[in-house]
Design a protein around this ligand. Structure first.
Ligand code: UDP
Length: 345
């Protein structure tokens, strides 16, 4: 894909050196891949992460161009008030359906207040008080339970009632998007919104409900893979090693600012087929067990049947196309788990 180096249309390169970049949530799964890309290209990186779901050991233990601040976004930004950043990548968020269902207040406050603080900071943290280039990570959850697939960025969205806490996440992310776009409109903030679809790969953990690391972890130890519902719900999984460079390219391409982009794969697989695929790829003897949604989450939980992005916009803007096959992702997730467990973590 055309995100490493200038592409044929002269879009911004993902590999320019010497930048100063702030990454919130940089110790998380996606953040840690992005931080490594930035360090490799020669940028100086400041990570603000409260380690609520991220891990310090997702990042290099020490690096002369990496600074790590363990803090919430608001506190971290206070400490950085006098500093200058060329780019701000905002990944910090409460993520994972299980966390959202269990801790809705934390989810709502983290996702809205911290994004608001961060966007205001980005307005003047660039060189000589100018705005920095900003990326706000959003989620395919913003589409809610719309059944008009594939999802297009400008489609109408459909949410469940506020009495169902799972929809709070969609509302918070939609509000983040509104805020980002409002700052672009009112304050000319060069900000882009990325709607991430089921990003997977090494260093993702299953603790918060994500299906691929959960399946891989169980397949490695011969435990049953738990397929929720009838297993016919489908998702499109995209490897983080495709996603991370695309996020940088979106941030650095001026024509993307003020816009929303789907980021992911558009090839669906049912969750039952995914379970079979994990077992086959890893040569596991695990059985598959189905679990009703009520038991897996909470009574009345509403799942999505199919989550699939339309990728026309991002393809046209930065030449994005996923390259890493699912089997390679599954093996990568396994290797990362084995490495971590080997290290006694
Ligand atoms: N899922 C499952 N078993 C698990 C974890 C998840 O069957 O151990 C299902 C989940 O109900 C959903 C799909 O896998 O239908 C993807 O779940 P995930 O939380 O990874 O992503 P999202 O639902 O946010 O797309």
């Amino acid at each position: 894909m055309g995100t490493s180096g200038a592409d044929s249309q002269g879009h911004a390169s993902g590999l320019d050196a010497g930048r100063s970049v702030l990454v919130t949530g940089g110790a998380g799964f996606i953040g840690s891949h992005l931080v490594r890309l930035l360090l490799d290209e020669g940028s100086s990186v400041t990570v603000v992460d409260n380690l609520s779901t991220g891990r310090r050991d997702n990042l290099p233990p020490s690096h002369d161009r990496l600074r790590f601040i363990e803090a919430d976004v608001t506190t971290g930004i206070d400490a950085l008030a006098d500093e200058t950043f060329d780019e701000v990548i905002h990944l910090a968020a409460a993520v994972g359906v299980r966390l959202i269902v269990e801790q809705p207040i934390h989810t709502i406050e983290t996702n809205v207040i911290e994004t608001s603080t961060l966007l205001r900071f980005a307005l003047t943290c660039g060189r000589d008080g100018t705005p920095a280039n900003v990326l706000v990570a959003s989620s395919s959850e913003v589409y809610g339970k719309s059944d008009r697939v594939p999802f297009r960025e400008d489609d109408d969205v459909l949410y469940g009632p506020t009495t169902k806490s799972r929809w709070s996440y969609a509302h918070t992310k939609a509000l983040d998007e509104h805020l980002a776009l409002a700052h672009h409109q009112q304050n000319r903030l060069p900000v882009v919104v990325a709607r991430l679809f089921n990003t997977v790969g090494p260093r993702q953990v299953g603790d918060y409900g994500m299906v691929v690391p959960s399946f891989v972890r169980r397949a490695m130890s011969g435990q049953p893979l738990l397929v929720y519902g009838d297993g016919e719900q489908a998702r499109c999984f995209c490897d983080v090693r495709d996603v991370a460079p695309a996020l940088l390219a979106l941030t650095r391409t001026p024509s993307c600012h003020g816009r929303v982009f789907n980021v992911g794969s558009d090839r669906p697989i049912t969750i039952r087929s995914l379970a079979e695929r994990v077992i086959e790829t890893l040569g596991s003897s695990s059985p598959i067990k189905t679990v009703p949604y009520d038991e897996a989450y909470a009574p009345g939980f509403e799942d999505l049947r199919l989550r699939q992005p339309d990728l026309s916009r991002i393809r046209e803007a930065i030449g994005f196309a996923p390259t890493i096959p699912l089997d390679e992702t599954i093996r990568g997730v396994r290797d990362a788990i084995a490495q971590r467990e080997g290290a006694g973590a």
